[in-house]
Design a protein around this ligand. Structure first.
Ligand SMILES: C[S@@+](CC[C@H](N)C(=O)[O-])C[C@H]1O[C@@H](n2cnc3c(N)ncnc32)[C@H](O)[C@@H]1O
Length: 168
């Protein structure tokens, strides 16, 4: 296991003491057959709970880091998750063909993109109308997200530090 993955495992072990992603995504209303894109999945702290809830759907787990995606591939296979699709891609050039996703999850990742506005609009092209954009990033405000989306998003509510937007 690489030092990067080991560090991420330690960080998420501590994160697990403070947050229960199953509870978060249940409250937000992730459904059994949801098709979800998680941008910046890292080692799957949020991905696996999403996949547990969307058991008949699909979770596209995207990250630019090959190490993280290798880890995600191994762990998904070892634990028998057939509904997780790990993809090593840049958020600003998403190769995904699905343009009808039910939800997009983007936690603490947008600020790492070269052009966050461009990355956000690219992601939103893959979200269906009325689909939810679930967002966290202390470095980029809700108002900025609305601006970047070119007013294609409507703010719904905040649930456990997660901003919920709906696509028009
Ligand atoms: C701070 S971590 C957040 C991970 C996770 N979403 C969370 O909330 O704990 C940011 C993640 O975004 C990924 N990332 C950075 N730039 C990216 C890009 N251009 N495209 C896709 N993923 C990217 C990093 O590799 C890293 O896994």
């Amino acid at each position: 296991m690489s030092a990067k993955v080991l560090l991420a495992r330690i960080i998420y072990w501590f994160a697990g003491l403070k947050e229960d992603p199953h509870e978060l995504f249940s409250r937000i209303g992730v459904e059994k057959d949801d098709e979800i894109l998680e941008m910046g999945c890292a080692i799957g702290f949020h991905t696996f709970p999403l996949a547990d809830l969307a058991e008949d759907g699909k979770v596209y787990a995207v990250d630019i880091s090959e190490e993280f995606i290798d880890y995600m591939e191994r762990k998904s296979k070892n634990e028998g998750y057939e509904n997780i699709v790990p993809l090593c891609e840049d958020a600003e050039e998403i190769g995904l063909e699905n343009e009808d996703l039910d939800k997009i999850v983007c936690f603490d990742t947008l600020h790492e993109l070269e052009d966050p506005g461009n990355g956000l609009r690219d992601m939103l092209d893959h979200l269906r109308s009325n689909g939810l954009f679930l967002y966290r990033d202390p470095e980029i405000s809700v108002e900025k997200i609305l601006e970047y989306s070119e007013r294609n998003l409507v703010y719904v509510e905040e649930i456990k530090r997660t901003h919920v937007f709906k696509k028009k």
